[in-house]
Design a protein around this ligand. Structure first.
Ligand code: ADP
Ligand code: ADP
Ligand code: MG
Length: 663
């Protein structure tokens, strides 16, 4: 076989996978090229490679899915090989063909294999011929409603309607009775047409409470095909994986031999080259059914890397260069256990709604048995244009229990502040009984979401700040604002009160300030002593009830993002949450940290509610500081040109209806 030498690799992807591919390519001595859309101009992957080329506006169609622009970027930089990553163009046969036609090495299987496997119906025909069991169903060309309806009746209910060209869990509908079929067909057709430009459907018997099992395979140009064992990806939400592991906790060696045998048989029948994954579902009796073959590197490939001790991207690049596979089948073994969790910018307590925004703190640490593959860091923007997955945490251990424990701890130690993520949800899942007993099937989480949302033991119960969390937030706010709330002399010390809002709940917190010693905060009548040992955001060390603990905190304007244990919360003073109502009656504080560009009020001046007293510039925006009540300016603590902290006292107003006990 002729060698296909290359020296510069363009990665036609973004996020964590682009960063991960760069890491291996660089270690192998290849030069690297990133491509980026406008939304990703400052993204981590854009800065990870040796060179980067802008390929267009933010919408994927105009950038990461635009074949001509990507080939153009390769030409411009002299890249002679392309790695497609996963998603986007990874399973696009036209793209693989266009790369070859342009004289570029495509890091993946031949275009004809991608094309054959991209059609779920055609793939099942090849699989059946190779002796793989398939879920009984209809995979015919005749798409007339009458035919689909008759075939559905023959299969029986419940069944699944699937897009022949589907992927990423989309274009799939469960149908439980004949009456639901017409709507399900119409909806699946619409979704398939919109997502894949192909509205052909197939029908399959629904396997109840199945496990998702898949086999990593690899082929080269020298006639070798090997498997690298299985991954169990049964922990899914909405048919998308969120936790994956190897080995599967349910397979016996005999099952494993049968499953991997099927996968190798299919790869051989398909004339497979490079990395691929053969997906199966298994029913309760561990009867296997072939689902589909993914002709690319899989999101969850790191768990295989950890248990087998190989670098699959290194293998991909070697095979793409025409080299033989580095190991023979009898040299490939699994050791220990590995589990991956997908960290997504989404709100599990609100239907997994994706979240966009700025990452104000994220600095995961790798350590023994822990790997993080991440596409974001402190300062990154999570844009609404792409997938919500921002990072993956992978833990290995001698056994499943150790890997699980390590993964939960690693996630707990890696707070992402600034936007909601599924981190707490993942930790709760990993520490829950169902995961421990390996009882989670692909439909389990969706079932729980329906029924157990109000059960406090369910991972779907939204975490609430504990009284100590409220007290800590009050202490940090007090420290920063220097007593921005109301304060009063209580005889022996100054008592302050502060309103804080978190997750729609507002609490009035009162605390006593002494010259030294801990702050005593009253939360719902409970007295909590909080001492701030270290207050250097993001690093916080505090002592409560005789225990010293760590937390992570970051201020974003007047909002305090605080992570304690596995949970993260955003606290704000209700009056300070919005720029326009930054005043608290008589005492007006800075609503955001920034530069005081104008001070408009003088001592003695009469002001009316709503009058602008000062202007602060922050985050490239001007924020007005306004009077909330009418009265006379009693004191001005603001100087134009000064930098102010959020919550800093700027003005005091002698209000017309000032309560007698103020001062
Ligand atoms: P894996 O088994 O590796 O998780 P998925 O099928 O979930 O593979 O897809 C991998 C990634 O590609 C995910 O981020 C998914 O959202 C995305 N993806 C898969 N298919 C498509 C598609 N047809 N269009 C857009 N994104 C897709
Ligand atoms: P995609 O290309 O979108 O990944 P798959 O065919 O791989 O589509 O199916 C995605 C998921 O849907 C599987 O992991 C499994 O959870 C579920 N699924 C697919 N087919 C069936 C079936 N016949 N019965 C039950 N669940 C299924
Ligand atoms: Mg799949």
């Amino acid at each position: 076989m002729t060698a296909r030498r290359f020296r510069k690799l363009l990665i036609a992807n973004r996020g964590e996978i682009a960063c991960r591919i760069v890491r291996t390519a660089r270690a192998m001595g290849y030069r690297t090229v990133a491509v980026f859309s406008d939304a990703d101009a400052d993204a981590m992957h854009t800065r990870a490679a040796d060179e980067a080329v802008r390929i267009g506006p933010s919408p994927p169609r105009e950038s990461y899915l635009d074949i001509a622009r990507i080939l153009d970027a390769a030409k411009k930089t002299g890249a002679d090989a392309i790695h497609p990553g996963y998603g986007f163009l990874a399973e696009n046969a036209d793209f693989a063909e266009a790369c070859e036609a342009a004289g570029l090495v495509f890091v993946g299987p031949p275009a004809r294999v991608i094309r054959a496997m991209g059609d779920k119906a055609a793939a099942k025909a090849i699989a059946e011929a190779a002796g793989l069991p398939c879920v009984p169903g209809y995979r015919g060309e005749d798409q007339a409603d009458a035919r689909l309806t008759a075939e559905a009746a023959a299969i029986g209910f419940p069944l699944l309607v699937k897009a022949v060209a589907g992927g990423g869990g989309r274009g799939i509908r469960a149908v439980h009775a004949a009456a639901e079929l017409p709507d399900a067909l119409a909806a699946a057709q619409r979704e398939a047409k919109a997502a894949f430009g192909d509205d052909r459907l197939m029908l399959e018997r629904l396997i109840e409470r199945p496990r998702h099992l898949e086999v990593q395979i690899f082929g080269d140009d020298h006639g070798n095909v090997v498997h690298l064992f299985e991954r169990d990806c049964s922990t899914q939400r909405r048919r998308q994986k969120i936790i994956e592991e190897a080995p599967s906790p349910v397979l016996t060696p005999a099952h494993r031999e049968r499953l991997t045998g099927y996968a190798v048989a299919l790869a051989q029948a398909a004339g497979y080259r490079n990395a691929g994954t053969v997906e199966f579902i298994a029913d309760a009796d561990l009867t296997f059914y072939f689902l589909e073959m993914n002709t690319r590197l899989q999101v969850e490939h790191p768990v295989t890397e950890m248990v087998v001790g190989v670098d699959l991207v290194d293998w991909q690049l070697r095979v793409a260069a025409g080299e033989p596979l580095p190991l023979r089948q009898d040299e490939i073994a699994m050791r220990g256990h590995a589990i991956e969790a997908r960290l997504c910018a989404e709100d599990p307590y609100d239907g997994f709604r994706p979240q966009a925004g700025t990452v104000i703190h994220f600095a995961p640490q790798e350590r023994g048995g822990i790997r993080f593959d991440t596409g974001v860091e402190t300062g990154s923007e999570v844009s609404p244009w792409y997938d919500s997955m921002v990072a993956k945490a992978i833990a290995g251990g001698r056994d499943r229990l150790e890997a699980t424990r390590r993964l939960a701890s690693a996630l707990e130690d890696a707070p992402l502040l600034g936007l909601a993520t599924n981190r707490e949800f993942l930790v709760a899942l990993l520490r829950g009984e169902a995961f421990d007993r390996a009882e989670i099937a692909t439909t389990t989480l969706d079932d729980w979401a329906q029924t157990a949302a109000h059960d406090a033991a369910s991972p779907f119960a939204r975490p609430r700040p504990s009284p100590t969390d409220w007290a800590l937030a009050a202490a940090l706010s007090a420290e920063r604002g220097g007593g921005a709330g109301e304060w009063f002399w209580s005889g022996s010390a100054f008592d302050f009160s502060l309103d804080l809002t978190c997750g729609g709940e507002t609490k009035r917190l009162t605390y006593t300030r002494r010259r030294s010693g801990p702050l005593a905060v009253a939360v719902d009548g409970e007295r909590i002593e909080i001492a701030l040992i270290e207050n250097a955001p993001p690093r916080i060390v505090f002592e409560a009830d005789g225990v010293r603990r760590r937390a992570a905190a970051a201020w974003q304007g007047a909002t305090l993002h605080l992570a304690v244990d596995d949970a993260a919360f955003a606290f704000a003073e209700p009056d300070h949450a919005h720029a326009d109502d930054a005043a608290d009656g008589a005492r007006i504080a800075a609503p955001v940290a920034g530069l005081l560009v104008k001070v408009l009020a003088e001592p003695g001046q009469a002001v009316a509610a709503g009058d602008t007293l000062a202007i602060i510039e922050a985050m490239k925006m001007e924020t007005r500081v306004t009077a909330l009540a009418s009265g006379r300016i009693a004191a001005v603590h603001a100087t134009a040109g000064a930098q102010v902290a959020s919550g800093a006292l700027l003005f005091e107003i002698e209000t017309e209806d000032a309560p007698a006990d103020v001062r």
